[in-house]
Design a binder for this molecule. Structure first.
Ligand code: T46
Length: 400
């Protein structure tokens, strides 16, 4: 319930007037249904209910509507979901309200005197009005000039790349509606941007701020929660992935007070590793001057580090960009996204290369022929999976 309330608060905060207007519209539908049902029934001479009875039931109904909306989030994302989902959501909303009202009405003395026919009639009318109102809202919102033209982006990234990803905001044609972090530590300088790590809040931003694009920055697509993927699909929100390639990471290091006791470094899932960790492997007992690698991965994201010794990693994106990153020491990591040709050169005998990987070992997922790699880079890679790759990073691609 606390979480629901928090989400409700965030709806007010994020959705501003949009959510409030939908909520007020919902209450208007309920009151109109009440008036119509009551007067129709009274005019048919069947009922002889006093206005007092009527008002107490109306107040009950409104209270229940508010409770159901807040507690069950029934108005979340209406007017942007598919028609089918909206009918299901409205049915659930009204089903829950009727159940709760029936319990209260028939348990209280004044309530039990009130006609079930009027209540039933009210909810039937309310159902029709609600679906109609949401359809009109959607139609109006879809035609709002601003929503069609502006590129409104919900960013998905990690704490470490947040500042870098926010470079997108510098691009005037892109408005960042919020940032969905894999793991949040709650301390950000962006008072005007909604930074969330809760899927429901992210969905709220997608819906109520009329976001039309969901952009991944330095995060593997496997990290998108299913709920967000289906919300994007339903709201026809495009999912794009910034061609992030690689970044050098500073890993955390804790040095013992007694320097002879050494240092401790660590990596945390989600926080430092923006992909699901499926495999860890390490290469040891290698002589200086040895070259390994000479391949690229189609799917595998990796985090490489060399806790002992010195190893050069030569990278080639197949599009003319070549770099050499030197890994040495326990506090330096190299995050590699798929689609990079690599060669590892051992500079010192016994240097240890450790790798955290997003995929189980699969020989078919490797490209070991350089010409085939260049060919592969010319073709869109993730389009089959329904994501669009942004060929040029929207934020300036820079090394950390
Ligand atoms: C990479 C760099 C940094 C397995 O059976 N399971 C495994 O998990 C791995 C990683 C390898 N293998 C077999 C496949 C080969 O028969 O081990 C043999 C040596 O593998 P490879 O020649 O690919 O090793 P490297 O050092 O060239 O590359 C390795 C990783 O394979 C690769 O993913 O990015 O380290």
């Amino acid at each position: 319930m606390r979480k629901r309330l928090a989400i409700f608060n965030s709806q007010l905060k994020y959705g501003k007037l949009l959510f409030l207007s939908i909520f007020v519209l919902d209450l208007c539908c309920l009151i109109i249904s009440n008036v119509v049902a009551f007067t129709t029934y009274q005019n048919s001479n069947k009922g002889n209910y006093s206005l007092g009875d009527y008002w107490s039931v109306v107040v009950f109904m409104i209270a229940i509507d508010v409770i159901v909306t807040v507690a069950l989030g029934s108005l979340n994302e209406v007017a942007r979901r598919s028609y089918r989902t909206e009918v299901i959501l409205s049915t659930k909303h009204i089903g829950n309200s009727v159940t709760l009202l029936s319990v209260i009405l028939f348990l209280t003395k004044s309530g039990s005197r009130y006609s079930r026919v009027i209540v039933l009639l009210t909810y039937m009318l309310y159902y029709v009005l609600l679906i109609g109102a949401h359809t009109i809202c959607r139609w109006l919102l879809e035609r709002t000039k601003e929503t069609k033209q502006c590129r409104r982006v919900l960013l998905m990234t990690t704490d470490g790349f947040l500042d870098e990803a926010m470079g997108i905001a510098e691009n005037k044609s892109i408005e960042i509606t919020g940032v969905f972090l894999l793991k949040s530590n709650d301390k950000y300088n962006y008072s005007d941007i909604h930074v969330v790590d809760d899927v429901d809040e992210a969905k709220t931003i997608l819906c109520w701020l009329w976001t039309n694009e969901f952009v991944l920055y330095g995060v593997d697509t496997q990290m998108i929660p299913m709920k967000l993927i289906s919300a994007c699909n339903e709201m026809s929100i495009k999912i794009s992935v910034v061609d992030f390639e690689y970044r050098v990471l500073n890993l955390k290091r804790i040095t013992a007070p007694d320097s002879k006791a050494g240092t401790l470094s660590f990596l945390e899932g989600k926080h430092d590793v923006p992909f699901p960790i499926r495999r860890v492997y390490w290469i040891t007992e290698t002589e200086a001057g040895i070259h390994r690698g000479f391949h690229a991965h189609k799917l595998n994201c990796q985090l490489l580090y060399c806790p002992y010794g010195k190893i050069d990693i030569k990278l080639d994106n197949g599009l003319g960009k070549k770099d050499v990153i030197r890994l040495e020491g326990p506090d330096k990591g190299l995050l590699l996204m798929p689609g990079l040709w690599r060669e590892m050169i051992w500079l010192e005998t016994g240097s240890v290369l450790c790798v955290i990987a997003s995929e189980y070992y699969d020989a078919d997922e490797y490209i070991r022929d350089y010409d085939k790699f260049l060919e592969y880079k010319k073709t869109p890679q993730l389009s089959d999976a329904g994501y669009e790759i942004l060929s040029a990073p929207i934020a300036a691609s820079k090394q950390l």
